[in-house]
Design a protein around this ligand. Structure first.
Ligand SMILES: O=C(CO)COP(=O)(O)O
Length: 246
């Protein structure tokens, strides 16, 4: 049985400030996170202001292209040069607000790997999909698109994040049982490709994770940590969530 190191990643979305980056770095660096991998994903313009000693940084998106006439986009190489080790791909806000398809998300994951970045691939359903009892079909299709582009070996280098859209920023967390059910499905899907892939791959939960619900969620057998939005902007809350993952 392979032991997976838990992971907590903060997604600042389009929030924060230079002074928050500085105070965040100072406080986080006084903690040693030995048994949990801690990642902060700020808006990319802030990446180089981080002094990250006890944690890593990541981008929130990258282009599927290497360079060229793509105004406003950021390449994997650029993120790497700014010190990022991870990058979120396929967040539901990008899928919805920027029309990103399952196929484009898979291409972005591949581009991240090409640039030695660890992709955190987000999947998750809307409330209407859940109400139609189609969660597994929907999440299964999102994962299938990844397997169309990435080899099993490449998927083993990724992190998956299950983020039900109805739980993002709503204060409506999935219950530990609801989250575990989908995490188990994701792990079965990975096992369908290769047993060791399911054992190795970290699957995070995201959606209204707070210090008071994190421990219960992270205690589920198939939940390896969290992708945190709002609470990742409050240093003490974020640290408490990181500690709940150990
Ligand atoms: O979207 C999320 C992280 O990527 C979750 O956001 P909240 O934690 O604010 O619900």
């Amino acid at each position: 049985m392979i032991k997976r190191t838990p992971m907590v990643a903060g997604n600042w979305k389009m929030n924060g400030s230079r002074s928050l980056v500085e105070s965040f770095s100072d406080t986080l660096n006084t903690h040693s996170f030995k048994e949990v991998d801690v990642v902060v994903c700020p808006p990319s313009g802030y990446l180089s202001f981080f002094v990250a000693e006890t944690f890593d940084t990541g981008g929130q998106d990258l282009s599927a292209q290497d360079n060229g006439a793509h105004t406003g986009d950021m390449s994997g190489t650029m993120l790497t040069e700014l010190g990022a080790r991870y990058v979120i791909v396929g967040h539901s806000e990008r899928r919805e607000n920027h029309g990103e398809s399952n196929e484009l998300v898979a291409d972005k994951a591949l581009k991240a790997l090409d640039n030695k970045l660890v992709p955190i691939i987000c999947v998750g359903e809307s409330l209407s999909i859940r109400e139609q009892n189609k969660v597994n079909d929907f999440v299964g299709a999102q994962l299938a698109a990844v397997f169309d582009v990435l080899t099993t070996e490449q998927v083993s280098k990724c992190v998956i994040a299950y983020e039900p859209i109805w739980a993002i920023g709503t204060g409506k967390t999935a219950s530990p049982e609801q989250a575990q059910e989908v995490h188990a499905f994701i792990r079965e899907t990975l096992a369908g490709k290769e047993k060791s892939l399911a054992e190795k791959t970290r699957v995070l939960y995201g959606g209204s994770v707070k210090p008071d619900n994190a421990a219960q969620l992270f205690a589920q057998p198939d939940i390896d940590g969290g992708l945190i939005g709002g609470a990742s902007l409050k240093t003490e809350d974020f640290i408490a969530i990181c500690q709940a993952a150990i």
